[in-house]
Design a protein around this ligand. Sequence first.
Ligand SMILES: *Cc1c(COP(=O)(O)O)cnc(C)c1O
Length: 422
Amino acid sequence: MDHFQYRDGELFAEDVPLSSIAQEVGTPTYVYSSATLRRHYRVFDEAFTGRDHLICYAMKANSNQAVLRLLADLGAGMDIVSGGELARARAAGVPGEKIVFSGVGKTDEEIRAALDHGIFCFNVESLPELRRISEVAAGRGQKAPVSLRINPDVDAQTHEKISTGKAVDKFGIPWMEARAAYGLARDLPGVMVKGVTMHIGSQITTLAPFERAFTLLAELVELLRADGHEISHVDLGGGLGVPYHGDTDVPPHPRDYAEMVNRTLGHLGVTYVFEPGRMIAGNAGVLLGRVIFVKETETKTFVISDIGMNDLMRPTLYEAFHHIRPLKEPAPGAPMQVVDVVGPVCETGDYIARDRKLPVMERGDLFAVMTAGAYGAVMSNTYNTRPLTPEVLVDGDKFAVIRPRMEVEDIIALDALPPWSG
Ligand SMILES: *Cc1c(COP(=O)(O)O)cnc(C)c1O
């Protein structure tokens, strides 16, 4: 459920017509709905009412400070994957004790920073990392709280580039090595075992892969307890999908997910930690663009827009599907056309939609790329010396620019000439 709807023939974000944002801020521009962000967080939170749980929003999905602050105000913790994200989370007012630190390549500097901020837990992805965290923490007379991320080797049935829980993926410690790894953790002076973590992938739209993973997780917790480890939490990662198409990819409702989690893990008496990213932010954002030219060739019609792959990389990176909706609602029976919607970037992979049947679009028309709130702006870059995409947050009938449009001069100023260039 989102808050982007047609009203009186115009696409609105909550109570703001998107065309007024396009006019004031220009295009391309990301627009987020506060009500949608809040709703997604609350629906997930309420599904676990009565159970000890901590929701650590996977901030890599959308880490604008305004988005983080909105979620922090609702009580969210954060799942971070870098020292940069740690700084962002703390700047947004998230306390260290609500932060978990994931990722396969934590540097000494990042480990030290996380210890400085007293984070809730390190999600450890390998034995070399476990040893290193122990060395760094022990060197400061500390014991770092750790949870080992176990790779259960289940197929999340998602795109290969966002699968993380198969044996061939780079993430986590193999299931078969888990008990030995926990044995090592017990013997190391600078770590303290807290939990077990799994995150099997992203954009998962059925419960079955989760259930397989969590059943293995429950077995492992019992084995580890029998080995004498105190396991006080299980971190179930993120991964719940969002409906990009809206028909073939409808994800389970958080209530049903919660029912399955309680069924597989409820008897363990552990705190649940969750790391949802996409399901919080995905449907809470759109990307506004404008048609620059319509180019007809013998075989195709190209709608060339001002949204490049530098603004939204998902179609290029994952062959992702995003609905496209004109800001002016098409009249019933308006003529349709099969087109490729492409960007201005000099790459064949620079497209938003291919062979898509859309209402006929003309130069100057404004449109919205839907479900762009997660893994959109955060992946944007300045390829082709295109300024980073601005971001806008809507709340009711108000909107505010939460990342101003960058100027080309700002990009040029990032570079420096060598002193010998005269
Ligand atoms: C990316 C990531 C998440 C969030 O995944 P979503 O599919 O966006 O919910 C959670 N945990 C870890 C470890 C991740 O890398």
